[in-house]
Design a protein around this ligand. Structure first.
Ligand SMILES: Nc1ncnc2c1ncn2[C@@H]1O[C@H](COP(=O)(O)OP(=O)(O)OP(=O)(O)O)[C@@H](O)[C@H]1O
Ligand SMILES: [Mg+2]
Length: 177
């Protein structure tokens, strides 16, 4: 796992236990992203937690990524905030035959509410896919995170299922299905 955000949420999460099995690297400069290609050789999967506001860090991560997920809350403000990111992604896709695949993932959805038609329309305008699976707003996410763990360390079957569904969809996108 690579934390490219100076806010360091992934680092804090990782440091919250002594026995996190996941290797974590923190990047503090966009240039270091190039060293990722070396690190990546030793792993099957590298997950980069993107920097919310650092454009050069974001652009560097997009340059090396094989697949991009954009988590967005189901609010028009979050969607509008993603427009710069979408521009950078589409600039790369336009010179690399539409690759890497990229998609929005709705997160912190309120259980039982339908995602508004406006949200679907706003997302559609970006010409990027939207995952069918959503992450719902649940206390179990911050609860387990504060202990340096994940919902897979909990007995919350709904949270576990939605993350498994999301993972399945991620693999389908990766395999081009
Ligand atoms: N599905 C969820 N249910 C409940 N709380 C959540 C959920 N997802 C995130 N949160 C909470 O929302 C806050 C922000 O989440 P997170 O750090 O994932 O967002 P972010 O977009 O990466 O933020 P930043 O732009 O600051 O990096 C945290 O307090 C987190 O615990
Ligand atoms: Mg973050």
């Amino acid at each position: 796992m690579v934390d490219s955000d100076p806010q360091g949420s992934a680092r804090d999460w990782h440091a919250a236990t002594d026995d996190n099995p996941l290797p974590l690297v923190a990047l503090d400069r966009a240039n270091n992203v190039r060293t990722l290609n070396n690190i990546a050789k030793s792993y099957d999967f590298v997950v980069i937690d993107g920097a919310a506001k650092l454009e050069d860090m974001m652009a560097a991560a997009i340059k090396v990524a094989d697949l991009i997920l954009i988590p967005v809350q189901p609010s028009p403000y979050d969607l509008w905030a993603a427009s710069d990111l979408v521009d950078i992604i589409q600039a790369r896709q336009s010179v690399t035959d539409g690759l890497p695949p990229a998609a929005f993932v709705i997160t912190r959805a309120i259980q039982g509410t339908k995602l508004g038609e406006e949200i679907g329309r706003a997302l559609g305008e970006y010409e990027l896919g939207v995952f069918d699976s959503h992450i719902v707003q649940r206390q179990i996410y911050p609860q387990t995170a504060s202990e340096g763990r994940t919902v897979f360390d909990s007995s919350n079957t709904k949270a576990i299922k939605e993350i498994n569904d999301l993972t399945d969809e991620l693999f389908r996108l990766m395999e081009g299905k």
